[in-house]
Design a protein around this ligand. Sequence first.
Ligand SMILES: *Cc1c(COP(=O)(O)O)cnc(C)c1O
Length: 224
Amino acid sequence: MEIGKNLDSFRAALAGYPAQLVAISKTKPLDALQAAYDAGQRDFGENKVQEMTDKAETLPKDIRWHMVGHLQTNKVKYLAPYVHLIHSVDSLKLIKEINKQAAKHDRVIHILLQMHIAEEDTKFGLDQQELNSLIQEFLAGDFPHVRIVGLMGMATNTDNETQVRKEFAGLKTLFEQTKSQYAESLPDFTEISMGMSGDYQIAIEEGSTLVRVGSAIFGARNYG
Ligand SMILES: *Cc1c(COP(=O)(O)O)cnc(C)c1O
């Protein structure tokens, strides 16, 4: 298997940067994840709750599971017992449900707010104004079982490096502004999740702290 070698080259690429690697293992079989685990990888990301929960039940318990896909409120209860970080939160409704389910397990679940930074039209992600409103609603409410620890974004899927860099730099700027604006109320605001197989190099140069890399580690996916 090439997985161990691929992880080695990612560790080399990330050396000297503050970015951590989240191995995005969606659609990949258990033996591929186990190979990555055996090569020392502990952070794994999935985009479907059912698939992540099945894998979490089978694989070693010290894996840190990241939800990177769109999350429906009715699925939160399945990942609440074990999820490490939810990257894709973009509504107060979801925050309320995460708080409620986390409380049942006496946990504090860490979340990132997903920003819409790409040119492409998608339903998911917040703009700057929505980000501020959401944070203010969060702070005005009572969510002791949810901790906002940063932002996540996906750049436009394009070969235009200048554009991708501009989008990541924009996310970094927004992160810095938010961090200083809410320095007292969100003291754990430290993470910027950006960069995938095709653009992680640009992302780490622009200040990513979590790169979400799938196909460059596990090989191309047939779907997902
Ligand atoms: C699939 C996925 C990734 C990883 O994509 P690759 O191009 O395979 O590295 C990263 N982030 C999210 C949100 C994803 O859904």
